[in-house]
Design a protein around this ligand. Structure first.
Ligand code: CP
Ligand code: NVA
Length: 306
């Protein structure tokens, strides 16, 4: 296993399935793991806001017998108050692992290059791998399988879309990403997922047609139209993305037992309507809870020998 976790494809298919297995056990009987990372400490660096990521990493490390230290955007000011190099060189002497949520993906990669301890990506502009790991774990829980399922992401070709594609590649799913023209996923993410998919039979597709994408889907997924850092574009995007709203009419093209997923936070009435996110097909809160179990398994695998 690699030292760090930047994107889902950093894990092999076997490693991902091993993490799912461990997460399942941790979810079923948390008390079996209360000492698993005893006295290990995780620094949580946040340069953007968070509810789920902060709570699940914080609670997760404590449930494994460790501690966390929360470093807010006001505290570190990565690269401005202090260089990424200096932050890494300090923290590696003080803690056993670092989780970073920031803007540039290169910041997380540099942090990992300079620090001897594991670095976990808690979201960058490019990827949100812990989210995708929890998402596919949830799909496995609900559907009993991943291979061959049609997973449709509708909306912005953003960090969440990239990681869902990467995971599809490693796990042999058929993912279709439907975005407005000009908002397609990054080509590097597309090629990375396609490359990973060669060994698993995954199919990675990108389209501008939300209806054709959602037809016969097993999973329909969406995310906000303007991500953190894109707030200034929010109004302009509302018009462009309107045909990509996941409402009851669009969702009806999916299979009758299709599930609805969203990484949250949701902007109800924008990318998703209440009748979909509050429907019996929606698994969004199960998905959010699974961040905890899956990240505990990831932390354990990366930090157990540190
Ligand atoms: N899904 C997710 O990462 O949520 P937060 O931004 O609240 O951490
Ligand atoms: N794409 C969103 C995900 C939030 C969890 C963002 O980056 O803001």
């Amino acid at each position: 296993m690699k030292k760090d976790f930047f994107e889902v494809t950093d894990f092999t298919t076997e490693e991902i399935l091993g993490i799912f297995d461990l997460a399942k056990k941790m979810k079923e009987k948390p008390s079996d793991y209360y000492e698993a990372l005893r006295y290990k400490t995780l620094a949580l660096i946040f340069e953007k806001p968070s509810l789920r990521t902060r709570t699940t990493f914080d609670v997760g490390i404590q449930q494994l017998g460790g501690f966390s230290i929360y470093l807010s955007p006001a505290e570190i000011n990565l690269g401005k108050r202090e260089s990424v190099f200096d932050v890494a060189k300090n923290l590696e002497r003080m803690v056993d692992g670092i989780m970073v949520r920031t803007f540039g993906h290169d910041i997380v990669e540099n942090m990992a290059r300079y620090a001897r301890i594991p670095v976990i990506n808690g979201l960058t502009d490019f990827a949100h791998p812990c989210q995708a790991m929890a998402d596919y774990f949830t799909i496995l829980e609900v559907k009993g399988t991943i291979k061959g399922l049609k997973i449709v992401y509708v909306g912005d070709g953003n960090n969440v879309a990239h990681s869902l594609m990467s995971a599809a590649g490693r796990l042999g799913a058929h993912i279709v990403v439907a975005t407005p023209p000009g908002f397609e996923p990054n080509l590097k993410a597309y090629f990375n997922a396609t490359e990973a998919g060669k060994a698993t039979g995954a199919k990675i597709e990108v389209t501008n047609d939300p209806v054709e994408a959602v037809r016969d889907a097993d999973v329909v997924y969406t995310d906000v139209w303007a991500s953190m850092g894109q707030e200034a574009e929010a109004e302009k995007r509302k018009k462009i993305f309107a045909p990509y709203q996941v409402n009851a009419k669009l969702f009806a093209y999916a299979k009758p037992d299709a599930i609805f997923m969203h990484c949250l936070p949701a902007h109800r009435g924008e990318e998703v309507t209440d009748d979909v996110i509050d429907s019996p097909n929606s698994v969004v809160f199960q998905e959010a809870e699974n961040r905890l179990h899956v990240q505990k398994a990831i932390m354990y695998e990366l930090m157990k020998n540190k």
